[in-house]
Design a protein around this ligand. Structure first.
Ligand SMILES: CC(C)(COP(=O)(O)OP(=O)(O)OC[C@H]1O[C@@H](n2cnc3c(N)ncnc32)[C@H](O)[C@@H]1OP(=O)(O)O)[C@@H](O)C(=O)NCCC(=O)NCCS
Length: 173
């Protein structure tokens, strides 16, 4: 995985060594208003990050890619994530600590990741699934040029009741 630069931000390939600082970032309860929960311990997160360093799904069919988002002052703000299939379809996700919301940081980080997905991983179609009440996530996707997925895509991508799916083409920077 490459280190990416995003208009002042640095996206570092996630490694086991990031667990301690990310445990603090991911302990922010605001992140989990709509889904998921914080990591239970640093050790748990370290193990998870170690496993994810394979950069592959267990069946080997997808690249599982995670980048830590680092600010110019060297603080870690969150992460961006993609699962890239060999057929060019790619699911993305993104999480920042709430102290870093409202500054356009997620947009910059996700845009940089999208460029990398297109140029290095052959992605041509991006997908994002989110809880329908998660307006911040929807606004981010709107700003990035995503559009609601067609009804058929909901079943194809396992979208559950109360979730939305949005899509756009991946383009090289
Ligand atoms: C989803 C999430 C990453 C969005 O973060 P965000 O900071 O709102 O997103 P952006 O980086 O696009 O920032 C946009 C905001 O910054 C503001 N902004 C300030 N300067 C800006 C700039 N130069 N460029 C763009 N936006 C800017 C925008 O006006 C916007 O503010 P608004 O939300 O009040 O309209 C964040 O809410 C999050 O981590 N949530 C918890 C995890 C989560 O739900 N993840 C999604 C699961 S699918």
């Amino acid at each position: 995985m490459n280190v990416l630069s995003a208009d002042g931000l640095v996206l570092e390939p996630q490694r086991e060594e990031h667990a301690l600082e990310m445990f603090t970032v991911l302990g922010d309860p605001a992140i989990y208003e709509f889904e998921n929960e914080p990591p239970p311990s640093v050790e748990w997160l370290r193990n998870r990050y170690r496993l994810l360093e394979s950069r592959r799904s267990p069946d080997g069919a997808e690249h599982w890619l995670n980048w830590i988002v680092r600010l110019p002052d060297s603080r870690a703000a969150g992460y961006v994530q993609a699962s890239a299939r060999t057929d060019g379809h790619c699911h993305i996700a993104y999480v920042l600590g709430s102290a870093y919301w409202g500054q356009g940081l997620a947009r910059r980080a996700v845009e940089a990741m999208i460029g990398e997905l297109a140029s290095t991983y052959g992605a041509h179609t991006l997908w994002a699934v989110f809880k329908e009440q998660n307006e911040r996530s929807r606004r981010l996707l709107d700003r990035l040029g995503f559009e609601p997925g067609a009804a058929e895509s909901q079943e194809e991508h396992g979208v559950e009741p109360g979730e939305c799916i949005m899509t756009r083409a991946a383009v090289e920077p």
